[in-house]
Design a protein around this ligand. Structure first.
Ligand SMILES: Nc1ncnc2c1ncn2[C@@H]1O[C@H](COP(=O)(O)OP(=O)(O)OP(=O)(O)O)[C@@H](O)[C@H]1O
Length: 219
């Protein structure tokens, strides 16, 4: 993103942000509650239109996309992991992951094969109801779902915020290995400075601007 501004009424939430995340790289964004971290993610997802500036994801300027084309690009190029997994509880992990592939227009048998392979790799039981899984297993399912359409950019909003310490560390190990394993960029928004410290770069969003985290005081 370059020169990104986002205003809400007369409040300038994001101001002149420049950020580049390359394939194979991880970046963490920390910052006080209400500083605009989720808004930043929404701009990257094309869910919010910046007031000015450009967002380019996987070589496509999001200003050129609308409606279905935006949804299609998002589906093809971006994987998203939420704090609470946001999975369908009554489906199996395999169905949850395969569903994202089917929506991404993968062929049915390929979708289910890839879902199984990813869940195996991440050590998640496949054929139980998702609401029977532990918190860590759910987040690993969410990671598999985010990866199934081979995204160029992975976004994660507090991906370990709902986990105990050991599980948090395990999920973080998996997450931060992904850029190299899958040649995607990873952008993690978190309040957890231990998690942020695992990223190649840590930025702090404060007063609408991004700063290298070492240059500012912690939350
Ligand atoms: N649609 C909206 N209408 C009005 N205010 C909004 C809207 N969306 C976000 N805000 C405000 O914008 C600010 C930034 O919100 P945002 O969710 O991006 O912050 P955040 O850094 O992700 O916070 P947290 O760490 O608590 O999740 C907040 O003050 C929020 O109340």
């Amino acid at each position: 993103m370059s020169g990104l501004h986002y205003s809400l009424g007369d409040r300038h939430l994001l101001q002149d942000l420049d950020l580049r995340v390359d394939a194979g790289e991880s970046v963490a964004v920390v910052g006080p509650s209400g500083s605009g971290k989720s808004t930043l993610l929404s701009c990257l997802l094309g869910l919010l239109r910046p007031s000015s500036g450009t967002v380019v994801v996987d070589g496509v300027d999001l200003r050129t996309l609308r409606g279905r084309a935006m949804a299609r690009h998002r589906q093809r190029s971006i994987g998203m992991v939420f704090q609470f997994g946001e999975l369908l509880p009554e489906l199996t992990p395999r169905d949850n992951v395969a569903l994202a592939a089917l929506l991404g227009r993968q062929e049915r048998s390929t979708a289910y094969q890839r879902a199984s392979a990813l869940l195996d790799e991440l050590g998640v039981p496949q054929d139980v109801r998702t609401d029977r899984l532990s918190g860590g297993e759910r987040q690993r399912t969410a990671v598999a779902r985010a990866l199934i359409n081979t995204p160029r950019l992975l976004l994660a909003d507090e991906p370990t915020g709902a986990l105990d310490e050991d599980t948090r560390d395990h999920v973080a190990d998996i997450l931060f290995a992904l850029p190299e394993q899958h040649r995607c960029g990873l952008l993690v928004v978190t309040h957890d400075h231990d998690i942020a410290a695992r990223a190649d770069r840590v930025l702090r969003l404060v007063g609408g601007s991004l700063h290298p985290a070492a240059a500012v005081v912690r939350d």
